[in-house]
Design a protein. Sequence first.
Length: 242
Amino acid sequence: MPASRIQRLTTAHVAHVHRDIPDPGPVLIEGYRPATEADYAAEINRIIATAPTPDDVWVFASGSLIWNPAYQYVEQRVGVAPGWRRSFTLGWDYRFRGSVDKPGLMMAIDRGGQCRGVVHRLPPETLREQLDTLIHREMSMVPTAFPARWISVHTPEGRVHALTFPMNRKSSRYIGGLSPEATADVLASACGFRGSMAEYLRATVEQLESLGIHDTYLWKLQSLVADRIEAAHGGHGRDRVE
């Protein structure tokens, strides 16, 4: 990361927010139900049937899929998805990185602007297996608030069609119109059994910067979140990494 862009949100900040929380299991939300194995199989079949190039399947990663993809891939490229942008618009999370008392607000891609991320090419010989891992991770409830779809991504080596999970603005889980300050209020305190929102934000910004991707929206958020954690817990959030 360039010396001029040292992230303010440090591991020391994250440690202030972390809590050891057991997995509460699926939290019931009106109008939704936990996804079943039949739902996963049907979604994988739909993805394969609609793939523009069935023997050359790519996944567009904009957040945690960059630094924790779970699936295997055989090639990675940096790419730009025109017409999409990162935004914390998926609410509310009462389980993974939030809780009933401090709900989390998760990141998805939303319409507008452009989004620089990476694309991963999945191995054709284990395509269904990799998609199974991906869909189990991304589709915990039905109907999903961010259904899989194919988008165009421009890379230095050429354009690819890639699978991604944009936010459905018609979903009741779509949280729009929050200011960066209001978003930071949530991210600075929410924590679930997988960790805190501050941890998620820090890891995402760190990985993007290491790839030469500077997202001004996330960069502003990480500074705002650091401010709020310092105000709540004191100190400057310095650690040996920084």
